[in-house]
Design a protein around this ligand. Structure first.
Ligand SMILES: O=C(O)CCC(=O)C(=O)O
Ligand SMILES: [Fe+2]
Length: 375
């Protein structure tokens, strides 16, 4: 194929469907990071090995059921408590106010331990740490993100329908708080968004089929994470329901993870196949991003405050514990050793000779310039 010298070199990068990024070692991680920076997303293939996908999917289906039952039990207890406190309280059939601190609601992850351990797969974790901070955690865990199988043939209009959005903390709807239920929010960064990757949304495709445009491959607009507008920006002139030029659908083998800068414009897709496209969505975020776990609406939850029970947390591997420590019962999420080491270096604890009280350096070589690195 002839080369087109006038093309922006970045356009030659693969659309990160796993192909084109070398496999193994640093080069693979660099490929994903570059893709996230330039396109706004990447696909890490077969994070869950082919032979494990069916078991993980089944465990997630069971986990969802258990969450429903266990959340209902917690909810009944809350109502009981509320009635004891205030016998005249009116509790409607709808939502019950979530428990005030220090109480919380069960995190999705607490009933999905088989799936949970894949969250620390080395490639995923290294990419998250490189993009965000060495101390990352999972801020939202949603185990009910399937694309349901079509029950009948879909019309052209249905196939053209999109639901463009960015994810928390860049979802401008903030998940819909209202005056009656003011606690129902997850917050949103105000426009204009700072040009910073603040979190990574991950969609875990759990099969049974490989994901294609036919069966619910996520829609995405490459490069849109750098656009100041947003499909849900009330003044941005975009119809979040209509196709957008440059849009594109992800394809990936079952067990792969679609990772995206939360600013990227993306949309769920209709599934024209006979099978549910099972998926889990988790958001990796740095320790400094104000935390909540309000991503559990889709699996029957309705609160900001989540917890992982002690006995479940104790079964997590040490690496996984670090991702959920901020939600673990009775545990404090102190800064991780690598961050503490960096803070010590910044105080020159390791090089006291450079900070002797009567010894001053020479800053005359310092020229203020732009930041390098395209965030
Ligand atoms: O299901 C998908 O493909 C995308 C899901 C999504 O965008 C979301 O959960 O925010
Ligand atoms: Fe999304």
């Amino acid at each position: 194929m002839s080369q087109l010298p006038s093309l922006d070199d970045r356009l030659r990068l693969p659309y990160s469907l796993g192909t084109g990024i070398p496999k193994g070692g640093e080069a693979e991680i660099e490929g994903y990071v570059e893709s996230l920076r330039v396109q706004g997303f990447c696909v890490i293939e077969r994070v869950i090995p082919e032979g494990d996908v069916d078991a993980v999917r089944e465990s997630v289906h069971e986990g969802r059921e258990r969450l429903q039952t266990d959340r209902q039990e917690e909810r009944d207890k809350r109502i009981e408590l509320e009635r004891q406190r205030n016998p005249d309280v009116e509790i409607g059939a709808g939502s019950v106010r979530p428990p005030p601190a220090p109480h919380a609601e069960l995190s999705d992850i607490a009933r999905n331990e088989t799936f949970a351990e894949y969250l620390v797969e080395p490639r995923v974790l290294r990419v998250a740490r490189t993009m965000l901070d060495p101390h990352v955690r999972v801020q939202q865990t949603e185990v009910n993100k399937s694309s349901r199988a079509a029950t009948e043939a879909l019309s052209e209009a249905q196939l053209r329908r999109r639901g463009w959005h960015s994810d928390w903390p860049h979802d401008l709807t903030a998940y819909g708080p209202n005056p009656e239920e003011p606690w129902k929010h997850c917050g949103a960064i105000a426009q204009p968004f700072p040009d910073v990757c603040m979190a990574l949304s991950t969609v875990w495709y759990l099969g049974p089929e490989d994901v294609t445009p036919y069966n619910g491959g996520t829609w995405v607009v490459p490069g849109s994470h750098k656009d100041a507008r947003n499909p849900r920006g009330p003044d941005d002139g975009i119809d979040e329901r209509a196709p957008i030029p440059g849009e594109f659908q992800v394809s990936a083998p079952a067990g792969s993870v679609f990772m995206q800068d939360t600013r990227i414009w993306h949309s769920g897709a209709t599934n024209q196949s006979q099978h549910e496209r099972t998926a889990v969505v988790c958001r990796y975020a740095p320790w400094w991003l104000s935390g909540n776990e309000f991503g559990n609406l889709h699996s029957g939850g309705h609160t900001l405050r989540m917890y992982v029970p002690q006995e479940v947390y104790a079964r997590f591997s040490p690496e996984l514990q670090l991702l959920y420590r901020h939600l673990a019962e009775g545990v404090e999420d102190v800064l991780q050793p690598e961050n503490q080491h960096k803070a010590r270096r910044a105080r020159f604890v390791d090089q006291p000779e450079l900070r002797e009280p009567d010894r001053f350096g020479d800053n005359s070589h310092i020229v203020i310039g732009p930041m390098d690195g395209d965030q």
